[in-house]
Write a protein that binds this ligand. Structure first.
Ligand SMILES: [Zn+2]
Length: 352
């Protein structure tokens, strides 16, 4: 599989926070040839180890979960009410197709129905739908038919948006936040497969980021890294109507390096180290504008006695919506920067 095929497979995989099992299975299968050890912990984090020439550890984190939904009530008429998993803008949920995962592991499709304009009053036409007005229609005739499918209160769901190639090397998929990061981590481990870096590299494919950076916290506690790097598919905001001061990252400008966000301030020597590596190897890069967003780095840096932690992001437009858009050249450049960071991270530890 090439990089784009890995992104496609991971983006299409079902995995809202708390229900990452399919993503974990895909990650384990892809990473197997590249690492010395693979294990999963009790929350579902997948921790893979590529042994280096020293015991000192670099943990590279990418979260496996995506934002999604959970069935919250089944109407007698067979319609499903739902609550959100992670940060949604309720205005953009109506009129999308949904995939609901049953107890048997099957996928059931449905739609988030809305009233036709014919039935809307003048006031209703300008008012966004509220979450509590929405429902999923799977075509079931009553609640018993829903239950017979293996759908119950608590069944998880995601919006159905298959991966597509757009113009040039632009791609779109439902879960680039953060399957793009997971795919960068897989491609980095593949690039390191034939060498022995100084640092032991632990790939942490973590769970439940979108509901509170949970898996990364427990992963860092176990791994006890000497250095950490977080990979994110983050806010690409180079679009019409957005002022340059709010264009947090830009598509086509290469990896975005975090100085500070809502969850952390990155140590300045770590930022300089990353930008120095990028400049020395000819990788285009840009700063992610502070203070927008937040990443697993916010909990990793405060693990135990503290961890040096940096974040590098692949710019993705429209995150936390039914789909996002990414440029594969940004992806490939993020792999190059992450790989070089893994090769040279020991220099940073030695100079500290
Ligand atoms: Zn994310």
């Amino acid at each position: 599989m090439n990089n784009q095929e890995i992104v496609e497979r991971l983006s299409n995989t079902f995995g809202p926070s708390g229900f990452e099992r399919d993503v974990a299975a895909a990650v384990r299968e892809i990473v197997e040839p590249y690492v010395d050890e693979i294990r999963s912990d009790s929350l579902g984090n997948v921790l893979v180890t590529k042994r280096g020439s020293s015991e000192r550890k670099l943990m590279i984190d990418a979260h496996m979960d995506e934002i999604g939904f959970m069935v919250s009530f089944i109407e007698e008429s067979g319609f499903l009410r739902f609550s959100t998993i992670g940060g949604w803008d309720a205005r953009i949920i109506p009129s999308h197709r949904m995939t609901i995962r049953t107890d048997d592991g099957d996928d059931v499709h449905g739609v988030v129905g809305t009233l036709p304009p014919h039935l809307l009053s003048a006031e209703e036409r300008v008012r966004p739908y509220r979450l509590d007005e929405l429902f999923i229609d799977i075509g079931a005739s009553d609640a018993a038919a829903v239950r017979d499918l293996g759908i119950r209160i608590g069944s998880p769901a995601v919006i159905h948006y298959p991966f597509q190639q757009l113009q040039g090397d632009m791609v779109t998929g439902k879960a680039l936040d953060d399957r793009a990061g997971c795919a960068v981590l897989l491609a980095t481990l593949a690039a390191l497969a034939e060498e022995t870096p100084e640092l032991t590299v632990v790939g942490a494919f973590t769970v439940r980021e979108e509901v509170g950076l949970i898996g990364a916290g427990t992963a860092a506690f176990q791994v006890e890294p000497d250095l950490a790097l977080v990979l994110e598919g983050t806010i690409g905001a180079d679009m019409p109507g957005v002022a340059p001061t709010r264009q947090v990252t830009r598509i086509g400008a290469g990896p975005a390096i975090t100085v500070a966000d809502g969850s952390q301030i990155v140590k300045p020597e770590l930022v300089t180290f990353l930008t120095g590596i990028a400049d020395a190897t000819g990788i285009p890069w840009h700063y992610k504008l502070p203070p927008f967003g937040g990443t697993d780095g916010g909990v990793i840096q405060r693990s135990r006695a503290g961890v040096r932690s940096a974040s590098v992001s692949i710019p993705c437009r429209y995150i936390h919506s039914p789909f996002s858009v990414m440029r594969m050249s940004d992806f490939d450049q993020t792999v190059a920067l992450t790989t070089e960071f893994a090769r040279r991270g020991h220099e940073l530890i030695e100079s500290a």
